[in-house]
Design a protein around this ligand. Structure first.
Ligand code: SF4
Length: 472
């Protein structure tokens, strides 16, 4: 035995080793076959005469954003057949929680040959028959399912986590997504949903937010959101962010915008670029991290214009651009879809895959939602393909708890589809709740994913009658 180094074999140099490993067939194939190109908008009937200059103009995109089904039809022409038109119309009358708002840029990423199954259409212009016929709605679903408004420290400023807040700056976006988690607040009223209207005047509200942050040194991290910051005039956004940068305890700022994908033209305007440069410069001087968080759900929505807008933000000196997608059945809830999206994000757009959220339990969202076990399977299936730092975490935003990695549940009743979660901090409304840290908090799988016994449990629950199937 070689005592000095603790091995029993003689100290001999290892001999020749054959290198036999080689690339194997994998469940997911890389490189991608999808091309990184801007689809030609002139193939869309309503945009056939639009020039390159018009297409690249944010003003043109906003002025031609589709606001109702008649305009949607005008843009898509015969590609939107009568049956699908009537199906979407019925949804708007009976189910929709968001009104229609789709910029031309987003319409141009739809598959015109098959709008019925197109991923972007499925979440931006839902049809009645897309939804589950029996379980349209989970009986435990609710408006503001994350209780963000209950946790307002001042109107629109949610203090849920110990050191982080969410600032809901405005209640509008350049696009309205059918599955929007803030359907209680964001966008126009629908036939089903009258939206909450902020009561304080905008500047008063923003001042009150800043005042709260100045007197709450525990908060170091602010998500500046909405709605969507792409709808805040850049000078006003800059003014708010500069004031945040003047608060000593604020060390992290995240600007939230889906418009980066929906209307990248906004970010390619000179005044927006200059505003981002000024914000990034002051952040750097004050040693604060400022980044942009976006929300892209489909690989087909990553186009060179989106990539150009991201590059502008990075060149301006922002620390990063990160993606927080939402898992949506039929849209992206397969291994193939998620990995393709993540590779398009990092290979081309230079966006960091960050989170995929479970779709929240808002009314009428059941057909999009995935069960926790499905989300766990997806997390498992995407491991190992992407760099570790770019491997998105699949998370569930559990009401009264916050984001949890989907494997972190404490208990799981697979028959009733109820998972139980715990937490290690108090939200802003639990300061005098002695049980907040020992309680288990439930989250609910879509009922149609349950075994028959579980579905019958919920039918009986409904028969007992306290809750409606479509509580809108
Ligand atoms: S962009 Fe975000 S806030 Fe706006 S409608 Fe879509 S999901 Fe809701």
């Amino acid at each position: 035995m070689n005592e000095a180094i603790g091995i029993s074999a003689p100290n001999v140099r290892p001999g020749h080793r054959d290198a036999t490993a080689h690339a194997a067939e994998q469940p997911f194939r890389y490189p991608l076959t999808r091309k990184y190109v801007e689809p030609d908008w002139r193939r869309v009937p309503g945009f056939k005469d639009v020039t390159e200059e018009q297409w690249r103009s944010a003003q043109w995109q906003r002025a031609h954003t589709v606001k109702n089904l008649v305009e949607f039809k005008k843009a898509l022409g015969d590609n939107l057949d009568d049956e699908l038109y009537a199906d979407i119309e019925r949804d708007q009358h009976q189910r929709a929680t968001m009104s229609m708002l789709i910029p031309p840029q987003m319409i141009n990423t739809m598959d015109l040959a098959d709008l019925r199954n197109d991923r972007v259409r499925l979440y931006m212009a839902p049809a009645f028959s897309d939804r589950h016929p029996e379980w349209t709605n989970h009986p435990m679903a609710s408006r503001d399912s994350l209780h963000e408004a209950e946790m307002w420290a001042v109107e629109g400023l949610t203090h849920r986590y110990p050191t982080k807040v969410l600032a809901e700056m405005i209640s509008t976006c350049p696009q309205y997504c059918g599955h929007c988690t803030r359907m209680d607040l964001v966008g126009n009223d629908t036939e089903q949903i009258l939206k909450y209207k902020f009561e304080l005047k905008q500047q008063e509200r923003w001042d009150a937010m800043l005042d709260y942050l100045r007197r709450t040194p525990m908060v170091r991290d602010v998500v500046v959101s909405g709605g969507d910051i792409a709808n805040i005039p850049i000078k006003r956004l800059e003014d708010f962010v500069m004031q945040l940068l003047g608060i000593e305890n604020i060390r992290d700022i995240r600007l939230a915008t889906k418009g980066l994908m929906g209307i990248p033209q906004h970010f390619l305007q000179d005044e927006v670029r200059e505003g981002f440069e000024r914000m990034a410069k002051i952040a750097r001087e004050r040693d604060v991290d400022i980044a942009v968080h976006t929300h892209i759900n489909c690989a087909q929505q990553i186009t060179p214009l989106v990539g150009d807008a991201v590059r502008m933000i990075l060149d301006a000196g922002m620390r990063d651009v990160r993606n927080q997608g939402v898992l949506l059945r039929g849209v992206n809830a397969t291994t193939q879809d998620l990995l393709e999206l993540c590779f398009m994000l990092i290979d081309h757009a230079k966006v960091m895959p960050y989170y995929f959220y479970q779709c929240d339990m808002i009314p009428n969202s059941e057909h999009w939602r995935t069960a926790i076990w499905e989300a766990q399977d997806l997390q498992h299936a995407i491991m190992g393909y992407l760099p570790g730092f770019a491997t998105a975490r699949v998370v569930c935003d559990v009401p009264f708890v916050g984001k949890r990695w989907v494997h972190m549940l404490k208990d799981y009743d697979r028959v009733k589809g109820i998972s139980y979660w715990t937490k290690n901090y108090r939200t802003g409304i639990e300061y005098d709740d002695p049980d907040a840290l020992s309680r288990e908090y439930p989250y609910y799988d879509p009922i149609y994913t349950l075994p028959e016994e579980g579905q019958e449990y919920w039918r009986e629950f409904m028969r007992r009658g306290e809750l409606q199937l479509t509580p809108v």
